[in-house]
Design a protein. Structure first.
Length: 236
């Protein structure tokens, strides 16, 4: 039985839900984020507040929540030419992938997370990637995650588990999972404090949280929240 985990924690809806799930499963949980000079770097500040709110609002989880780490990954911003690392409009590329795709991002994230987990003696690496509601990123696929788990375990001679609890659920189900884990308090925390918007907009408040309301991340989060709330109403 695994007892410890490292959560890739950006401070968004998905990673916050993953963190809540990890805190419900494991005895010791640490978090890691990556500063790759992303346009929406406001997420690096938002995540600090999310962690503080989890400690404050969920006393059963607070003792399990250990050290937080932020790793400098500026080189990723230097080698990528995407709308997440450059001031360019969101669009689809001729490859069929959106220009929000940062090549190698999740592969680098997992490699560095595994190196950190190795040093911190953490057994499970939790990441919020999924194939159900996603933008077509190849490094979010289940096959990619399984390949990385094998490569990391072999390359570091330590049996890591790469846990992807959101892999086969959509955004509406992610909202519902958060409600199951932490009730309305966790839903309210996600709405008020997490950040998803690719443009870093913290001025416009919607029923689903803060954001521009138009970028791909906002559109996905808003649509999922609408389906989630519709499901709640129909069940009453």
């Amino acid at each position: 039985m695994h007892k410890s985990a490292l959560v890739l924690f950006s401070g968004g809806q998905d990673s916050t839900t993953c963190l809540a799930l990890a805190l419900s499963r494991y005895e010791r949980v640490e978090t890691v984020a990556f500063d790759y000079r992303q346009r929406h770097s406001v997420e690096l500040q938002a995540r600090v507040e999310v962690l503080a709110q989890i400690r404050r609002q969920f006393p059963a989880w607070a003792p399990k929540l250990g050290q937080d780490h932020v790793l400098d990954l500026a080189v990723l911003g230097q080698v990528s030419e995407t709308s997440l690392t450059r001031d360019t409009a969101f669009k689809m590329e001729s490859s069929g992938l959106p220009n929000t795709f940062v090549p190698g991002r999740n592969l680098l994230f997992l490699t560095l997370a595994a190196a950190l987990a190795y040093r911190r003696d953490l057994e499970v690496i939790v990441t919020g990637v999924c194939e159900t509601d996603f933008s077509g990123y190849p490094d979010c696929r289940d096959d990619s995650m399984k390949a990385m788990q094998l490569a990391l375990s072999l390359g570091m001679d330590k049996r890591f588990l790469v846990d992807t609890p959101l892999m086969w659920i959509d955004k509406a189900q992610t909202w519902e999972l958060a409600r199951q884990l932490g009730g309305q308090a966790l839903i309210d925390l996600i709405v008020e404090h997490t950040h998803t918007c690719y443009l870093g907009d913290r001025e416009h408040r919607h029923a689903w949280g803060y954001g521009c309301g138009h970028c791909p991340a906002c559109a996905l989060r808003a649509a999922g929240h609408a389906r989630y709330t519709a499901g709640l109403l129909s069940s009453r």
